[in-house]
Design a binder for this molecule. Structure first.
Ligand code: ATP
Ligand code: MG
Length: 640
């Protein structure tokens, strides 16, 4: 059973609109396949009723005359009818084979495209999207929701279409053969509809609930697995078991109702079909034995045995068709909810990048004149086209970053930074210190333009960063993030993430700078050791060293080190510090550290408190001031 995370999508889920959009999407992906499939479905529907078309002919034109006048009299007609029926079956078999293959192509191809579209979209979304949405939910869109759509496209829709066509054709034939008998069928269809609506609707409702419960249970199990140590430390095993039992109860209740409803539907429809069969038999016999006038599409005649028998077969097929459609209700409901969530993701507003200042290779002469170069020169410049007069100016990339009265909040109504001004000249090391939650990481998020300012300005080499193309801006900044992220791949791959075309020598050099070289060479496969699960086989500090190496290899003129040395023991820290001093030389560096020993050598230290810079200066100045920094440094703060 596919798991669906039914965090209810939009309340006003408009199934019709979603369905239309989904079909349009499929059609645009495979227009020709789509049309051929529809043609094949029509052929298959005709094929499925061909027995009913031929039945009256066999009985009335071959069997009965054959009994009366001997076999030879009907031999040719029998051959003709058999060959015709056989040909219809063959054609419909071929159509069905083609259809199934095409459905396979369309479904898998469509899902492939859908996943690509979703992933491409995801890569364009702003960081704030990931703040707002639980990662598990986004993940389940790729797995459960897409799978629900697969079931819809590959099974529910083709079956539904074919059944509807079959039913329509059957009904047309019934009208053609006998109006009275067709009326009997209409009455039974009415009952089938009512039952399907009532029971099927209930089943779908509980199916959604069941899936929601499954998701909640899975979430709980996942959390308990991750937190197993905490559970044990606090002896919460019994509590965890009780909590799980409660969730499991709910799952059981919903699953029971969903399946109970679903399981009644089929037998009810089946039995309405049985009653219909009997009623048709009775009415047929009455009509036939009384030589009653039979009204049909083209006039009036008497009912033949062949028609009566064919009707029995048709009524059975009719009921079975409805039964099949009713079985698809759940997957349609689930797929619509899934499609809705996929479309919600695809409709998200993308991160806008209207920056037009780009980073180019540059030649710089002794007088400081900058010219653009097509080749790698080791020097970089900002290429700034001026819309007003069509001129282009080049500014050397130096790494001068200044904040002017910046205000910012993750939510418009709650500012996190107030009036922040920071001047980081090229080559300077600026430290941001302050209590947890003060806004240190937030400042670095703004340099990257992960978020947009509420007010104020940030200038990079004198250029407003809003004018700089985001990709180029980010390329010029190396970051060691507060929480390390390593990807599945070798240690070497992970370091190369900072510079994809790096040579092995560059990787080793970067590892040496970060002081990661020694421990990496001691790993089972050295630099080729596979890392999985965010590098879970490494210690926290080792992971941090690898991410420092990844930043080092990028060789960017501006670096941000957010708590880069927080998980490293003091002895290693001193070593890393030494390496990093080399790395920092000639670069503008923002360091964030709780351990003040690591920021002492900074050119300027900004002390943040609730998003406001309350003190600034170098270590000596701040100690002399005997303010917050002094308290933080001497530990007085914590002791208070
Ligand atoms: N993604 C986010 N969405 C909403 N609020 C956030 C987000 N990230 C941080 N905040 C809030 O912004 C404030 C500043 O957070 P920030 O991460 O900048 O603190 P910090 O100084 O880096 O703290 P720490 O030393 O613990 O890393 C906090 O009050 C925090 O709750
Ligand atoms: Mg932080």
């Amino acid at each position: 059973m596919p798991r669906m995370n039914l965090k209810p999508g939009r309340k006003d889920l408009d199934r019709k609109a979603t369905f239309k959009r989904l079909m349009k999407y499929v059609f645009h992906t495979y227009p020709i396949h789509f049309v051929v499939i529809i043609i094949c479905i029509v052929i298959c529907a005709v094929g499925s009723i061909s027995a009913s078309i031929f039945m009256p002919k066999f009985i009335d034109e071959v069997i009965q005359p054959g009994i009366k006048n001997g076999f030879d009299s009907v031999k040719d007609h029998l051959v003709f009818l058999s060959v015709s029926l056989g040909s219809m079956y063959i054609v419909s078999f071929i159509a069905s084979a083609i259809m199934n293959q095409l459905i396979c192509v369309v479904t898998q191809g469509f899902l492939y495209k859908m996943r690509i579209d979703m992933f491409s979209k995801m890569e364009k979304l702003p960081i704030s999207y990931f703040d707002r949405n639980a990662h598990g939910d986004i993940m389940s869109t790729y797995t459960n929701d897409v799978d629900a759509i697969r079931q819809l496209i590959s099974q529910a829709i083709p079956q539904f279409l074919q059944t509807m066509l079959t039913v329509t054709f059957l009904f047309g034939m019934m009208l053609y053969y006998s109006l009275w008998l067709a009326l009997v069928v209409v009455v039974s269809v009415y009952f089938i509809f009512m039952v399907t609506k009532k029971v099927g609707g209930g089943s779908a409702k509980y199916f959604m609930k069941q899936q929601k419960s499954v998701a909640v249970c899975e979430g709980f199990i996942e959390e308990m697995m991750n937190g197993q140590k905490v559970v044990k430390v606090f002896s919460h095993e019994e509590q965890a078991k009780a909590d799980f039992a409660k969730l499991n109860d709910e799952l059981e209740g919903n699953a029971y109702k969903a399946n109970a409803y679903a399981n009644i539907l089929a037998p009810i429809i089946h039995n309405i079909g049985n009653i219909l069969y009997v009623v048709i038999a009775i009415v047929g016999v009455i009509l036939y034995t009384n030589n009653a006038i039979n009204v049909h599409a083209f006039g009036v005649n008497t009912l033949t045995v062949g028609v009566a028998v064919a009707f029995l077969g048709m009524s059975r097929q009719f009921a079975n068709s409805f039964n099949q459609v009713s079985q698809q209700i759940n997957s349609v409901v689930m797929a619509m909810a899934g499609a809705d969530r996929v479309f919600q993701l695809l409709d998200q507003t993308e991160e806008v990048d209207d920056g037009y200042v780009t980073l180019v290779n540059a030649n710089i002469d002794e007088d400081g004149n900058v010219t653009e170069s097509d080749e790698y020169t080791g020097k970089w410049a900002w290429k700034h086209p001026h819309k007003a007069d069509g001129t282009i100016t080049y500014t050397e990339l130096k790494g001068d970053i200044r904040f002017f009265d910046v205000d910012f909040g993750y939510f418009p109504d709650r500012l996190v930074l107030h009036d922040v001004s920071i001047y980081a000249k090229p080559g300077q090391q600026i430290a941001l210190v302050g209590a947890t939650g003060a806004g240190k990481t937030t400042i670095t998020n703004l340099i990257n333009r992960f978020y947009d300012l509420a007010d104020g300005k940030v200038r990079y080499d004198g250029i407003n960063i809003n004018k700089i193309k985001k990709a180029d801006l980010r390329r010029s900044i190396g970051i060691v993030l507060q929480d390390t992220n390593l990807f599945t791949g070798t240690v070497k791959d992970n370091i190369k993430y900072g510079k994809l075309d790096a040579t092995d020598e560059e990787v080793y050099a970067a590892a040496k700078i970060a002081n990661a070289y020694d421990f990496i060479t001691r790993l089972p496969d050295g630099f080729d050791t596979m890392l999985t699960g965010n590098g879970s086989q490494l210690s926290q500090g080792q992971r941090q060293l690898i991410s420092i190496a990844r930043c080092a290899i990028a060789n960017a003129p501006v670096m941000i080190l957010d708590e880069a040395t927080s998980s490293i023991d003091t002895r290693t820290e001193a070593l890393v510090q030494k390496g990093m001093d080399g790395l920092m030389k000639g670069r503008t560096v923002f360091v964030i550290a709780h351990r003040l020993s690591t920021v002492q050598n900074s050119n300027a230290i900004m002390v943040l408190d609730h998003g406001v810079i309350i003190e600034r200066g170098d270590h000596e100045d701040l100690i002399k001031q005997k303010g917050t920094y002094y308290q933080l440094y001497t530990g007085a703060f914590e002791l208070e």
